[in-house]
Write a protein that binds this ligand. Sequence first.
Ligand SMILES: [Zn+2]
Ligand SMILES: [Zn+2]
Length: 272
Amino acid sequence: MKVDFHTHSDFSIDSQSPLEEMVKEAIRMGITDMAVTDHVDYDYDEDGVTSDWDFSLEDYFEKIREINEIYGDKIKLYRGVELGIQPHLGDRCNQLVAENAFDFVLASLHTVDRKDLYNQKYFKTRTAEEAIREYYKSYYDSIIQLNDFSVLGHLDLYLRYWSPLKDEPVQKYFDQIEPLLKYVIDRERGIEVNSGGYFKYKLNANNPSDDILKLYKSLKGEVITLGSDAHKPDQLGTLHQENLQRLQGLGFKYVCTFEQMKPVYHAIDKLL
Ligand SMILES: [Zn+2]
Ligand SMILES: [Zn+2]
């Protein structure tokens, strides 16, 4: 078994890769279980213009069904979504998750105060500490609005976009990170280990960092998914084996897939 539970296709605004091309490459690489997690991200403020990242879920589910029919003996494709959360979007997010039969919902914070972190303006008007504290506050305020989700996406995402933040000791923010982790642990939900920072942002680390994984372990967190955040076929499965070994080294026993919104546990020593 080889898993990738964070992948994109051209249903996402920021990917040009047809889903079938992603799946063919995944099969070639030996991936057996793959969640497609295209972006639904509501209510961005882009220089005063409000925009949504959205697509036809009907077409999406139909495409996933077709692919499972054609390639089902080689790979299992799961119905996922990467849902952009914000503190004021609870009702909209809950409606989307309630009305659609997802297997897996990645809850990701891409914006603070409706501003996309990716374009860096957010960081320019804040000290490092302000930027990080506001980010985690926004994450927590968003997640507690949700009736259901699977894992927290790329928990320390800000490290991808603003390099001075790498100098901030993460332990300084454990008072905000710990409640987030406890919140998911209490609900048998979890976090992902996202290797996307390696190829795209030269981060030379996963999101979240090992320090956060150690904290999660110390709190008895068990639910972890592995994802490449691939937007192109050649990014699939990044560091799959290395990250299994890393997790094992940190004392974790399982990685999870999700089916119909429930975690399924796979022993790491059987996957290595
Ligand atoms: Zn994301
Ligand atoms: Zn993503």
